[in-house]
Ligand binder design. Structure first.
Ligand code: ADP
Ligand code: MG
Length: 492
């Protein structure tokens, strides 16, 4: 549903004060959309995320086909963009207001960049650069105080345990290393460095280790910090000129865990601090566990000596998922939530959503929400396709027509030149149609675009090919199997 308020469809719809709409005037369409987007995010990522970062995000305005959001620091901007950027864009697109992207600006910069006499009439903002970063949610809802280890930790999510972690080829080594550290009485290796792309389970494994350590030995002082908490504490300590106490706390723990150290890049003071803390802990035989998006050698802006220390224990990768792992995770999640989803739908999702596990979960959450809201409808592939349009499209980008043609040639053992030629012999015509069908199914290319990629064929020829395969598939199990195998190998 598209709401048209005083903002209409025009560009540069502005929000003169994003926190105080309500009393003076009714919210405009853009503001209402933002309320919905936030509600989705809160629903999908939970209250903790809301307290941590969502609250710090404010709506500024629309600019062309972009929504401009603001945060209070560069750190938060990078953090939110890295973790939730895709989802933010997808949700705004889903509002159908013509938005294609989201820009996140740091408030202070935004204020400086805006020309004088700007028609947007933004209220003046204070120099927000100086403001403290929003506090990450502490366990009891209070500000963490310096001087108390328990209060410094990032709260652990009860859902992220070894019991809920699904093991597959791509993550079995990282899992084994994590479990080893969590169950060992003596330090098996130091540090444990877990790395991998966004949404592949680093934070999950970190929480799982912390839970297990705490369960096995409640007196052991385990400190688990997200990089945002570490930064927050550090900035605060510097502001209160209390870096000594800050250092002491870290050094008094038995196990130190820091998630996402790539965010420390180029923040040299924090890096320096981390390095010294790290050395002190390792020298005193305390376990250190670190995660990042890259292996130590590839971390940018991090000093060589820190890199080499970080890589001196066990470095374990969380690899991109494969079809089997995705399917097992979907099955496990459906079971955990007690929702019956037809196996065909799970297989469809495992094929199509190949980016990461967070997106897979997001897809499931959305499907459940729709199924519950429209409780008469059962979850089907059609429904999934409709509800998850944007996610599916974003994931499609990975498969190209070139990939498809190459794989089809390999599969049927024919030459690329033949596939693209006008030859009509069955032995090449059928594989060609299969490739056309796959191009239509697995990419977002239009029929004319596909036609151009197939030796300049007309779009009607492509349509004919696609229909032919759809028809034949019905009664031809071996063709069906070919398509299944090809799809699998292209989307994993
Ligand atoms: P990262 O920290 O690597 O960006 P997360 O650990 O936050 O990724 O994982 C993203 C989401 O996917 C989380 O909700 C997590 O529970 C889930 N997840 C990741 N790996 C697995 C797994 N192997 N089994 C079950 N859920 C997983
Ligand atoms: Mg993480």
């Amino acid at each position: 549903m598209t709401l048209t308020g005083n903002g209409g469809n025009g560009n540069n719809r502005d929000v003169s004060n994003d926190r105080s709409y309500g009393n003076e005037r009714p919210p405009n369409a853009l503001e209402l959309a933002w309320v919905r987007v936030r509600a989705h995010l809160k629903n999908e990522y939970g209250d903790a995320a809301f307290k941590n970062w969502l609250r710090s995000l404010t709506l500024l305005r629309a600019s062309g086909d972009k929504v401009v959001l603001a945060v209070t620091s560069k750190f938060w901007r990078d953090w939110i963009a890295a973790h939730y950027g895709d989802r933010l864009v997808a949700l705004w697109k889903a509002e159908n207001m013509g938005f294609n992207g989201v820009e996140i600006v740091v408030n202070a910069t935004e204020a400086k960049e805006r020309p004088r006499g700007d028609a947007l009439e933004m209220p003046p903002r204070e120099a927000e650069e100086e403001r403290p970063m929003p506090a990450p949610a502490p366990m009891n809802g209070e500000e963490p105080r310096l001087g108390d280890v328990k209060h410094l930790c990032t709260p652990l999510d009860p859902r992220l345990t070894f019991e809920t972690f699904v093991i597959g080829k791509p993550n079995e080594f990282a899992h084994a290393a994590a479990l080893r550290v969590a169950e060992a009485d003596e330090i098996p290796f130091n540090p444990l460095f877990l790395y991998g792309g966004v949404g592949l389970g680093k934070t999950h494994l970190m929480h799982a280790i912390a839970w297990r350590l705490g369960m096995r030995n409640p007196v052991r002082r385990v400190m688990f910090l997200s990089s945002e908490t570490f930064m927050h504490l550090f900035v605060k300590a510097v502001r209160y000129k209390d870096t000594h106490a800050f250092k002491e706390q870290f050094r008094s723990v038995d196990v130190l865990m820091i998630d996402d150290v790539q965010f420390f890049g180029e923040k040299s003071a924090t890096q320096e601090e981390l390095f010294h803390t790290f050395n002190a802990l390792v020298d005193h035989r305390r376990q250190v566990i670190i995660s990042a998006d890259k292996p130590p050698v590839d971390l940018q802006g991090i000093e060589e000596r820190l890199k080499s220390r970080l890589g001196s224990g066990v470095v374990a990768q969380l690899n991109p998922t494969n079809y089997e792992l995705r399917l097992s995770i979907l099955q496990a999640k459906a079971e955990q939530r007690g929702v019956a989803i037809p196996p065909k739908v799970l297989e469809f999702l495992a094929h199509k959503i190949t980016s990461n596990i967070r997106e897979l979960e997001g897809a499931m959450t959305r499907l459940f929400a729709h199924a519950t809201l429209l409780n008469s409808r059962e979850i089907s592939i059609d429904m999934a396709q409709e509800v998850l349009q944007d996610l599916l499209r974003a994931n499609d980008r990975h498969v190209t027509i070139d990939d498809i043609q190459k794989r089809v040639c390999e599969h049927y053992n024919i030459k690329m030149a033949d596939l693209l030629s006008p030859r009509r012999a069955r032995a090449v015509a059928r594989p060609r149609q299969v490739a056309m069908y796959l191009a239509k199914q697995l990419t977002t290319r239009s029929l004319p675009e596909i036609g151009r990629k197939f030796g300049g064929r007309d779009h009607t020829t492509i349509m004919h090919g696609v229909r032919k395969i759809e028809e034949l598939k019905q009664g031809d199990p071996s063709l069906n199997e070919d398509i299944e195998i090809l799809t699998r190998s292209l989307t994993r």
